[in-house]
Structure formats: C-alpha cells, structure tokens
Design a protein around this ligand. Structure first.
Ligand code: IVH
Length: 690
C-alpha cells in the first residue's frame, strides 16, 4: 500500500483529486454501465488510500470526495425513488488479520471483552434491491442507485419468479425488505448460449447478466430471464418487531421470503473464522456466485450503539474471497481493434470451468503485459475470474513449457486494415492509424461523421449506418454523397443496378427523398464541423472550433498539417503536444488524405465565419457545463458557447462566469453555489444562443 507518512499537503491534494476522479470512473463503469474494469481488491485499495489521506488531512476533503458517496448516480431513464433509509455499502476486508482487527474494533468500541454474537451470511454477487410494502401490498421497488436515490424497478421485481406481491400475515404498515437479485450459474450459461446463437450481446458473468436483466425499462425482458432473489436486511419499517438479525431472518422467512440457507450464527471468534473456511470450500459447488461473507453483529441494540461511518455500518463487514483461479492452455492470442483504433490482445483458451463458469477467453490488457508475463501461444496459464471483471491471465507455468515456443510478437500493423499501428511514448496501448479506412473503426466513425455536430444528416441513424455498411452500400463517407446517384433507376447503359432504397423495409419514396435532401443540405458545412467530422483522435467539437478559428480555411489547416507544422498548432490555447501529434499523424496517413480529397470534390467547406454574436451575454465569459443536458449534446453545447465567443472550462473556479447545470448536476454545481457563481439551466442557455 502507498506510504502516506511523508506525504506533503500539496501531494496529498493532488492524490485526492486523482482518487476522486478514478473512483468515480470505476463506480460509473460498475453501476451505470455494468462493465467494471477494476477488481474488488484494487478498487478497495483506492478507497482506503482516499480514507487514509482524508484522515490525515481533513482540511483537504473535497466536495466531490468518494467517501461522501455510495455507488454512482442513477441512469436518467428510470423513474427515481427516494430511499427514506439509505441503502449503504459495506467495508471490505481480504484477510484473517483484518477480520481479527474488525472483531477487536467492535469489542473496543463497545468496551466489552466478551464474545460478540455475529451472523455470517454468504455475500451474494448480484444486484441489491429494496422493496416497500404498504399495508402488506408491494408498492415500490428500487435499486441502490447512489444510496439515497435509486431507480424505480417496481415492475421488474413483480415479474421475478416467486416475488411476493401480498404478504398474508399482519406486517408493519410500512415494511421495506432489502436483498439481492441474482442469476444462477446455470441460468447465466443458458442465457449466454441463447444470446450467442441469436447473435446478441453475451454477459461477462452472472452479476452483469442479473443487472442487465433487472434494469430493463421493458419489464417483459426481465420476465424472460430467470432471476432469483433473497432477502437479508430491511430499510424503512414503521414498527420493528425483531431484536436481532437472526430474528429478522426468521421473521421474513415465515412471511415467505427466501433467505440464504447458508446463513449461520457465530457465537465466538473461532466460529466466525471457521465459517469463512467452510464457505470458501463450498463456494464453487454453490449454484450461484458469492464473492465473500458478510458478518453482522446480531443484536440490534449493539448495532445501534456501534452506528455508522459515512457510507458503511460499524457493525458489519464484507470478507471477500480471493479470485477464483484455474490452469488451462492458451491456444491463441488474437489482436482485436476497437472502435477508436485501440489494439487489444485477447487470449483464446482451452475452455475451462472456473468456479462454475465456463471461461474460453481472457484479457491480456496490452503488449507490455504480454512481455512482462512472458506469455506465449501454447503456454499453460493460470487464469482468474475475479467476480465482476473479465477473466485475466495471471501467470504462465514456465516449467510446463515443453516446446521451444517463440515469443509473441505484437503486430505493428493493424490486423484489420494493415495501416501502421503506433504507440505513443507515454501510452500503454498501440493504435491503428487507419482512421476512416479501417473496417473495424469505419462503422463507428461513419456514425460520428453523420452525427448532429458533424454533417448532421437526419435519416442516417445508427441502425441505418450499420445495415448500409454491412451490405456494402456505404463503406466510406464519400459513399454517402453518391447514394442518390446510385439509387437512380438503372438503364441500358448503367453498369450497376439501382440500390432501390425505397423498396427497403420501413422505407418509402418519401423517406428516401427526405434523406437525399438532408444529404444535399449537409454538403455546405462550416469549417469547425468538417474538422470535427473527420474523427481525429482527441479532437472534439470544442477543439475543432479552436482550430477553425485559428486557421480560417481548411486548405491552410491541411497544408500546415501535411508540413507537420506543430509549432503553430501548439500555440493554440487548448491544444497540447499530444493532441497536436495525433492531428499531424492523421494528416500524414495517405489514406486519410485520399478520403479527404474525395470528400472535397463533393462538399463545400466554408471558411471560418467568426463569432456569431458579440453582443451575447456569454461573449468573453468562461462557461462550465455540468450534469446531463437533455436537448443539446455536451459537444453541441460547447461548440455553440465557443461560437458565441465564450471560453469553455472543465472545472469551476473563481474565474468561472456561468455554470450551465443539466440534470443530476453534482459537485461542480455545489462548488458554483459555494462560490456564488451564476447558475443557469439548459433552457436559459438555449435562449442565449438562439
Ligand atoms: S447487508 C448496511 N448482507 O453487498 C449493509 N449485503 O458491499 C447492508 N450483499 O450492497 C447490506 N449479500 O448488495 C448484506 N448477506 C448480505 C449481502 C449483502 C450481498 C451486497 C449488497 C450490498 C453490498 C455491500
């Protein structure tokens, strides 16, 4: 662990800033996208470091500190639910020593040398839920969300097999039970097999499958999936009729709620330690994933005395299992190309059962990782499945390496399109420079090309682009502008048949005509939109605007780039050396120039027109956007602000003039309030720019 003994205040502040961002990113991936990329131990290290630094420097606690938050903000599509009693998280421990420290800590807090009775409960690896019953009738279901505001999943819970809609016995008027929704290993495998056959998305593990199935706006989809649930705690209860955790579990079991049959009562420290070893042995034979054990002080009076830290109770803790491992042969290393051109190595494995889940692929992260671990095709490797993250190759069993296996050579050319794959000095990944002509990137880039802030072609939505690409109708941006010609009825002299777009399902003469009109209109494009449309790495709408303002015409810009005139580019406030390098790189790939030249035959790139309105309220002012905008995209809003002569900043400071606050605005909004900065809504902003 990071040594904080000699850390200075400035270093601590920097570390805390880094941790706030990193933990937020990890939370977002885990809670919002159901695609975590950190394993629990690494995540926990970040959290602990944050806590330790905050304990040492309480004056540095940030308004956006992760210690003030559980989980992530909720997705906006779901109705929000206010949780009267917050759904908290548990602190994690990973070793026996830490468990002993926990028990000691509890005793010390209670000033007791006697044994404390705990429950030990399998820690279900699913998605927590809260279900409120009013007068015994199921009224409202929620996910954890950020702990205080959850997502309304009432309809989804109703369709889970065996979920009680009415409670027959007399129960408290307001009675909220909480527990976990999960998918059994068997159902997870069956679902993935079905999805694979139907060419649909497969899930990395049962937890993600459960989360993806429960958080569906359309409850019919939830119903089609086999989900299970158990209850382990409570939330808002108008009249608590139990005195301990065990009594609560018995109470809900009698009402017909499923509780975990492996829950145990531990009367002394030894029983507590034994329960861990026992469950660890049983773990892989259980029909569902568990990722540890939760220990809870049994007596409610003692729980009350122990109370809570900011986001976790002092009376409970989660003891996490180490990741499950297995040994298998690595049959191949494939290099995949992501939509931004990142080359990612993937291990094809001899399929193996790891803790009940069949694993056939594992991530190898990047080329350094392969080198560092000296992973070769044909090796026997140790793989690990750490609950939520994609299986990883941990190490190679070198003594099992019989043949003289050659070292793996990471390609320096894109396996999809053959363009150079380059790696920046300070970067871990290698990227394809093929840009617009690389098929792996083409579809995503085409979507970007026609998007609102770029060519803005209505009628070419994501699905249409995907279909047209698959069928070879649009392969490059240029093909968009020949569509109309290729759709003309064929005559005796034409060599290719008409596309007959109007005969496609869901299309007609009217919609085809509308599409061609939109394409025609898009041919006159502003310089900033054209630069943005090219999809150069790191060049968003705001940067494209700065470049346009600086060079005024596309020819001047392109010539400077071809001549690799980095100096001038870097002199633009807002363009750093790394971004400048990417831009120059883009213009020095022959195929990009070819595509641009083709485009310039059909589109007219207007010279930069200057600021649209120097009288506007935001002219010369610094604007910060925060929260989710509902009418404009973030990029659109930024480029509009720039076009009206504003500067756009990423964070709020004393120099900020306006904060445009969208939905779910968080720490930036609070900071603006603290500093007394003018806050306007998206609506107000639209008025200013229209
Ligand atoms: S008790 C105040 N009991 O673990 C604490 N949680 O890291 C309330 N979990 O959000 C939670 N099995 O999703 C509790 N037997 C169990 C659990 C359990 C799994 C999950 C739950 C919670 C997370 C905390």
């Amino acid at each position: 662990m990071f040594d904080i003994r000699n850390i200075t205040e400035t270093e601590a502040a920097q570390q805390l800033e880094f941790l706030a961002k990193e933990i937020e990113r990890a939370d977002f991936a885990y809670y919002q996208n159901d695609e975590p990329y950190l394993d629990d131990a690494s995540y926990d290290k970040l959290r602990r470091l944050n806590d330790a630094l905050e304990a040492k420097f309480p004056n540095l606690i940030r308004p956006d500190s992760p210690s003030k938050r559980v989980g992530a903000l909720v997705k906006s599509e779901f109705k929000k639910v206010e949780l009267k009693v917050p759904m908290l998280s548990l602190a994690d421990i990973f070793s026996q020593e830490e468990l002993e420290d926990f028990i000691l800590g509890v005793k010390r807090f209670l000033n007791s040398s006697n044994d404390i009775v705990f429950t030990s409960e399998p820690k279900m690896d699913g998605l927590s839920f809260s279900a409120l019953y009013i007068n015994g009738i199921f009224a409202r279901g929620s996910t954890r969300g950020d702990g205080k505001i959850g997502e309304d999943i009432t309809e989804n819970l109703k369709v889970i097999n065996g979920f009680p809609l009415y409670l027959e016995k007399d129960v408290p008027e307001r009675f909220e039970v909480r527990g976990e929704v999960f998918m059994s290993k068997e159902d997870f495998l069956a679902l993935n097999l079905k999805n694979e056959n139907e060419h649909k998305k497969t899930f990395a593990n049962p937890r993600n499958a459960a989360a993806g199935s429960l958080r569906q706006l359309d409850a019919k989809i939830t119903q089609e999936r086999n989900l299970s649930f158990i209850v382990y705690t409570w939330g808002e209860v108008s009249d608590i009729r139990w005195k301990s955790q065990v009594e609560f579990l018995d109470y809900v079991a009698a009402l017909g709620f499923p509780v975990n049959p492996y829950n145990k009562v531990c009367h002394n420290d030894k029983e507590l330690l034994d329960s861990f070893d026992r469950l660890m042995m049983q773990r892989s034979s259980l029909p569902y994933d568990i990722d540890g054990i939760v220990y809870k002080v049994n007596d409610l009076e003692l729980q009350k005395r122990l109370g809570f830290l900011t986001r976790t109770p002092r009376w409970a803790i989660a003891h996490k299992f180490p990741a499950e491992q297995a040994v298998t042969r690595l049959n191949d290393i494939r290099v995949q190309v992501g939509r931004t051109g990142t080359l990612t190595p993937v291990a094809d494995l001899e399929p193996i059962n790891v803790g009940g889940v069949l694993v056939a692929h594992a991530t190898l992260h990047n080329e350094d990782e392969i080198k560092r671990k000296d992973i070769r095709i044909g090796d026997m490797v140790v793989i690990q499945r750490a609950g939520d993250v994609i299986p990883q190759v941990v190490s190679v069993l070198k003594d099992k390496r019989t043949d003289d296996l050659p070292e793996f050579q990471f390609p320096h050319f894109c396996p999809e399109c053959g363009a150079h794959a380059i790696r920046e000095e300070d970067e871990a990944v290698r990227r394809c420079t093929g840009g617009l002509s690389c098929p792996a990137q083409a579809v995503e880039r085409l979507k970007h090309f026609v998007s609102r802030e770029a060519f803005n072609i209505e009628g070419l939505g994501d699905k249409v682009i995907e279909d047209f690409y698959k069928e070879g109708i649009i392969k490059t941006p240029f093909d968009i502008f020949t569509l109309e010609h290729r759709n003309k009825p064929s005559d005796l002299f034409s060599s290719t048949p008409s596309l007959e777009l109007e005969k496609r399902e869901g299309w007609g003469i009217k919609s085809v005509k509308k599409l061609f009109e939109a394409i025609e209109k898009s041919k006159n494009i502003s310089l900033q939109k054209f630069i943005y449309a090219l999809g150069i790495r790191q060049v968003g709408a705001a940067t494209a605007y700065l470049i346009a303002r600086h060079y005024h015409s596309f020819n001047t810009f392109m010539n400077a780039m071809i001549q690799k005139d980095l100096q001038l580019l870097i002199s633009i406030d807002g363009v750093g050396p790394a971004m400048a390098k990417d831009i120059v790189e883009f213009f020095n790939e022959e195929h990009n120039i070819f595509i641009i030249c083709e485009l310039l035959k059909v589109v007219c790139v207007e010279d930069f027109k200057g600021i649209e309105n120097t009288d506007s309220e935001i002219f010369g002012k610094t604007v910060v956007f925060t929260g989710t905008l509902t009418t404009l995209t973030r990029n659109e809003a930024k480029s509009k602000a720039l076009a009206y002569g504003a500067k756009v900043a990423g964070s709020v400071s004393a120099n900020t003039d306006f904060v445009v606050a969208g939905e779910n605005a968080g720490s930036k909004l609070s900071k603006a309030q603290e500093l007394g900065i003018k806050i306007i809504s998206e609506e107000d902003f639209i008025k200013i720019i229209s």
